[in-house]
Each structure stands twice: as C-alpha cells, then as structure tokens.
Design a protein around this ligand. Structure first.
Ligand code: ZN
Length: 248
C-alpha cells in the first residue's frame, strides 16, 4: 500500500483522507495520524450508525510518529482502532485533557496533553490546540489542532465543533489547508457555517470531512463546494476520495 511506503519530499506535505474526520499525513520523515476511525465500533452498539463502506485500511498496518485525537467520541477516539494500532510504544499521542485520560485507560504510554491555546513541538512539528465549541457535555475538552510542519506548511483540523462567533475569532488565519466538519448534525457545523469558518480562516485549500461513514450523519461534500462557490470563497475546495493522496 503506497500510503506507508511512498516517499514525500521535505518541502511538501501529503495527506490522505481515511473517512469521517480521519487523516494520515506525511512530510519528509514525519508521519501523523489524526482521528482515525478504522473499525465499525459505533455501528456495533448503534446499528443506525453502521459504516456505509468497509474500513479502508487496517489499523494494525499503519504507523505514525504522532497520533492526534481531538476528543473522546468513538468516531474520533476509537478504542478498537487504538487497540489494533501496533506502534503504541513508540508513537507520541496528542489529545486534550479528558481524551488523554481515556488514552491512558487504553494503555497508551506516550501522551501529551494539548488543550486550546497550548503549543508543543514534537519531532520539529509544532502542534497548537485551537478553540472548538464542544457539541455535547460529554466532551467539553474538544480541541481543534493547527499542525505546522518543519517546512512551514500548515494544516488546521477543526475537530467536531459547533458554530459560534468565538470560533471565527480564535481560528488560525491564512494557512495552507483547512480540514472542516460539514455534516450539520449532532451539533457540528452545517454547510453555511463551514463556509463562514472557511472565509475566516482564508486557507489555500479547504477539505470537508465528517459526511461519508454513517448514512444517518451524512452530507454531500459537493453541496459544500457549491456553497463556497456561491459565496465566492477564495480557497480551493478539495473533495478528497478516501485514500487518495493530496499533496501541497
Ligand atoms: Zn464526530
């Protein structure tokens, strides 16, 4: 599988969508996972939320230097994915405070707590916690993340977030890539709100997520593209098929 073996130059970043809000990123020798949901954990306990398509990649065969978790919901912090993940002893996990406690209970040894406003540097990759408005009282520590690679390229993952004015005020501005939820259900940004966030962030590229894995929680990413065009958003909208590489 090219995902693991493909060389990516130091001066670029390659990014693969894993479905839901999950991504694998690679730049030079650095590899980062964020919110991989590579099982059908949710569907097993709530059949209405069963996967709409098979798990695209075996979590036992994926490796990352840094593994970021945005909050403790199973479609972002999946015990089954983490249990299968074979590199727990050497990977540094990054998560907000309550999610980090959950990781501890899953026997993840290397945990760095990063909440809103905190910046850490791991392997020359800078990771900053960005404000996100929790979609429920069970995940009050929900945190977006701005990743700055050693080559200066920047990616902002919103996490699950509800809309509020503070989200637009606190978000990073003029970055390379924005990864945003668009599903408009269970508290998350809807299409129009995700467009407003995109306007505030003003990225070069915006990649929508959180629309494809669960039929009951779906959205059409082409509608997001339509709304962005309608509002004359300057960012290029990239609707990324699962496991297709996007390089910037
Ligand atoms: Zn979610």
């Amino acid at each position: 599988m090219t995902l693991y073996n493909e060389a990516v130059a130091n001066d670029s970043v390659a990014l693969w969508f894993l479905g839901q809000a999950g991504y694998y990123m690679k730049s030079g020798g650095q590899t980062i996972l964020i919110d991989p949901y590579l099982s059908d954990s949710v569907g097993k306990s709530a059949p209405l939320f069963a996967r709409a398509y098979p798990t695209p990649i075996d979590p036992a065969k994926i490796q990352a230097d840094i593994f970021i978790v945005t909050h403790d919901h199973t479609d972002h912090l999946d015990p089954e994915t983490i249990e299968a993940y074979a590199h727990k002893d050497t990977t540094v996990f990054v998560a907000p405070r309550f999610a980090a406690k959950k990781l501890e209970s899953l026997n993840v040894p290397n945990r760095v707590v990063v909440d809103h406003g905190v910046t850490v540097t791991i392997n020359d990759v800078q990771i900053t916690g960005v404000f996100a408005l929790a979609t429920g009282a069970d995940t009050l520590d929900t945190c977006g993340y701005l990743i700055t690679f050693p080559n200066g390229k920047t990616v902002y993952h919103t996490s699950d977030t509800a809309y509020c004015d503070l989200l637009l005020a606190a978000c990073p501005k003029n970055i390379d890539v924005l990864l945003t939820c668009i599903n408009g259900k269970f508290g998350n940004l809807n299409l129009a709100e995700a467009v407003r966030l995109t306007q505030a962030v003003n990225p070069k590229y915006v990649i929508p997520n959180h629309y494809d894995v669960m039929a009951l929680n779906a959205e059409n990413p082409e509608s997001f593209r339509y709304f962005c065009n309608d509002k004359k958003v300057s960012a290029e909208v990239v609707v990324l098929p699962v496991l297709e590489k996007f390089t910037f």
